[in-house]
Design a protein around this ligand. Structure first.
Ligand code: NAP
Length: 281
């Protein structure tokens, strides 16, 4: 780890999607080091064990991130219970698999309702608290697919690219107010994510691309997946850092695939520089 100056103080976390996968492990790690957690969750019973193990440190608040009023109520409860919010983990999300053309309008809008508008609901509800404190750290749930995409993940990538785009502006808006921001970019991680995937109806023209990719993903060995606890440990490292990264790739394949995509993008920018520059007056 490069720096780790902020480990001593007890923090209060507001974590969405805290009942399973990465969010649950993050909740458990935070509680394990003595922090407080307000868990915005739809299935509170899934973290009852953590609440019993850490009395007074965890409150589970029934929250659907798509519902702005429910998010605001959850943030009010968290702030009332713990007096402050130090870390906001905008973690709730799910995936949609299918060709861009295959995804229905209903599926595409539902995905954005959670993965993008849910993130905005959480930001609008929590940032007044963080601005009032002049401190805090926002963790934005992105993905490998926030930087690159392949057949079948177009809509999922669109939702994560949206989060990345707004976060590139957000970080500069919040820095002068004392608030840090980090995009969390896991690669394949062994959670309920794949079993919770929404699947688009297949159009045979995409069998060679989308279905072939889908089959390859379904045949990945367990070693191709990070564990959610390791991903949560990586997130904790960013939260503890004096100077956290804006983007944090989690998993070697995630980092490698993003590196390949970024190099290809730069190379193309260079290849077409003459045309780009010729457009100037
Ligand atoms: N696993 C991966 O391979 C991977 C890779 C890159 C990025 N990610 C990202 O990591 C984040 C966490 O996913 P995960 O892998 O831990 O999957 P997960 O185990 O399926 O957890 C997703 C969590 O999000 C919650 N959620 C979904 N929709 C919600 C809503 N409308 N309101 C409130 N909560 C909602 C779920 O709650 P319910 O149980 O109530 O539905 C669940 O707790 C997601 O943003 C995902 O895109 C995952």
């Amino acid at each position: 780890m490069t720096n780790s100056a902020n480990t001593a103080a007890v923090r209060t976390w507001f974590i969405t999607g805290a009942t399973s996968g990465i969010g649950r492990e993050l909740t458990a790690l935070a509680l394990g080091r003595g922090d407080n957690v307000a868990a915005a969750a739809r299935k509170a019973d899934q973290i009852r064990d953590l609440a019993e193990r850490h009395p007074g440190k965890l409150i589970a608040i029934d929250t659907d991130v798509r519902d702005e009023a429910s998010v605001r109520a959850a943030v009010d409860r968290a702030a009332a219970a713990f007096g402050r919010i130090d870390v906001v983990a905008n973690n709730a999300g799910y995936g949609l698999f299918g060709a861009v053309e295959e995804a229905s309008d209903v599926q595409a809008r539902a995905l954005f309702d959670t993965n993008v508008f849910g993130v905005l609901n959480v930001l609008r509800a929590t940032l007044p608290v963080l601005r009032q404190q002049s401190s805090g750290h926002v963790l934005q749930g992105s993905s490998l697919y926030g930087q690159t995409a392949h057949p079948g993940v177009g809509l999922l990538a669109a939702s994560k690219y949206a989060v990345e785009g707004l976060t590139d502006a957000l970080v500069a808006e919040l820095a002068p107010l004392g608030i840090k921001v980090t995009l969390i970019q896991p690669g394949p991680t062994s959670t309920a994510f794949l079993s919770n995937l929404d699947l688009a109806d297949a159009i045979p023209s995409y069998d060679e691309t989308v279905r072939t990719t889908q089959k390859a993903i379904s045949e990945l060995p367990p070693t191709a997946f990070s564990t959610p606890v390791r991903v949560a440990e990586g997130i904790l490292a960013a939260v503890d850092a004096e100077t956290p990264p804006l983007r944090l790739a989690l998993g070697t394949s995630s980092a490698a695939d993003m590196r390949t995509a970024l190099h290809a993008r730069l190379a193309e920018l260079d290849r077409w520089a003459d045309v780009s520059n010729a457009v100037d007056r």
